[in-house]
Design a protein around this ligand. Structure first.
Ligand SMILES: NC(=O)c1ccc[n+]([C@@H]2O[C@H](COP(=O)([O-])OP(=O)(O)OC[C@H]3O[C@@H](n4cnc5c(N)ncnc54)[C@H](O)[C@@H]3O)[C@@H](O)[C@H]2O)c1
Length: 361
């Protein structure tokens, strides 16, 4: 490196821009320039704010999804299968990815039962090579995916020190790293055609920390960051036709993940309502959907009140996120845990296919 470059790096030699400004004006100019840039940025942001208010009053017609190929990860059960049914009814060709073969087959049957076109693929979302391999297969066998819903998720549900390393690894593999691989596999086609939508199913747990969910909260927080950064990256590249939506639900009843959560004050959500809300967010190109929406108001408070209040509130809201011991691969179905119709009352996350009784077809 020559001396001039070295001096430039050390701030001893003016750079290309500051060299054009007289020495006595340099600091002032930088300040004036910063204020000017701040005003321009604020005015532009204000313009967007008015535009969004206008749009929320005079809503755009909902997006027509007919004929689009929608891929839902974790579509073999829970929320994923409920979203699949709704998208099929709207005329989407539905592609489901799941590690649970039986759940996948059941959901494909259900979707076909409502007259939908549906394809199921067994994929382990914790395996990057598997994702890339099956993505190629889907493109060849079904076509170009224009709606990608990263929905699959897992939870370890134990105190951090009791969580085996491989479960922490799995949480990150499925809940966030898989999003990188699926998006890398499918977004190039969306960018080429300037048409597509990436949906990230995160959680309120991506915004607030909960005991026993350290790995889960961290992975969901990463999913929130993933969506936000991707959104801004697409904006910065001027790609207007590829949209992203972040979905942050509170605890949901009857999907299989947080079946036994102890939650107070805020009631657990109905899985059908959440599925409806996800489809609404897709059809209206909503950037962020917090479910229920009133929780959105509480989020900024986290940064305004003393930490003790936040901690007290979270612990009051969720006394125990995972009372049942986890993991429970061989959990026996007790006679008293069966409903009169013989279906499971509650299940551990992802290990037993979710009951079908929460599904409104
Ligand atoms: N249930 C809730 O209370 C709740 C609340 C907020 C957010 N969420 C999020 O919503 C999404 C859906 O959750 P759900 O309640 O339907 O859970 P679920 O356990 O019922 O369904 C998750 C699906 O992902 C699949 N899956 C898990 N690991 C996989 C892997 N390695 N490869 C492929 N598929 C895999 C499972 O087989 C299952 O079908 C998740 O991302 C979850 O974190 C759930």
């Amino acid at each position: 490196m020559n001396i001039e470059t070295q001096e430039y790096i050390n701030g001893l030699r003016p750079g290309p821009l500051s060299s054009e400004i007289p020495e006595c004006m340099r600091n002032k100019y930088t300040l004036v320039q910063a204020i000017f840039e701040l005003i321009v940025t604020l005015l532009t942001a204000l313009g967007h704010l008015f535009y969004e208010i206008y749009k929320s009053i005079f809503r755009d017609p909902k997006k027509d999804l007919k004929g689009q190929i929608a891929l839902i990860t974790g579509g073999g059960g829970g929320l994923g299968s409920l979203i699949a049914l709704r998208l099929a009814r709207l005329g989407c060709v539905v592609v489901l990815w799941d590690i649970n073969k039986q759940g996948l087959e059941d959901t494909v049957k259900l979707v076909k039962g409502v007259g939908g076109k549906c394809f199921g693929y067994v994929v382990d979302l914790a395996a990057r090579d598997d994702i890339y391999r099956v993505a190629k297969q889907v493109k060849k066998e079904v076509g170009t995916v224009s709606l990608l819903i990263n929905n699959a998720g897992v939870v370890s549900g134990q105190y951090l020190l009791e969580t085996p390393d491989h479960l922490i690894q799995r949480t990150f593999d499925v809940n966030i790293l898989a999003h990188f691989w699926t998006v890398k596999a499918f977004i190039p086609d969306m960018i080429d055609s300037n048409h597509g939508h990436i949906v990230t199913i995160a959680s309120m747990a991506g915004h607030v920390g909960v005991p026993k969910l350290v790995d889960y909260c961290a992975s969901k927080s990463a999913a929130c960051g993933f969506d936000e950064a991707l959104k801004v990256e697409l904006d910065s590249k001027g790609i207007k036709g590829v949209r992203t939506s972040l979905i942050c639900p509170y605890f949901i009843r009857a999907t299989g993940m947080f079946e036994e959560v102890q939650s107070r004050i805020v009631p657990q959500l109905n899985s059908n309502d959440v599925a409806d809300r996800v489809v609404y967010a897709i059809r209206t190109n909503e950037n962020v959907a917090v479910i229920p929406s009133y929780l959105r108001v509480l989020l900024p408070l986290k940064w305004l009140v003393p930490w003790a209040c936040v901690s007290e509130f979270i612990r009051g809201l969720v006394p125990d996120a995972m009372p049942a011991p986890m993991p429970m691969p061989e959990r026996k179905v007790k006679a008293d845990s069966l409903k009169p119709n013989g279906k499971l009352e509650s299940r551990p996350m992802t290990l037993i296919p979710p009951a079908r009784d929460d599904r409104r077809v």
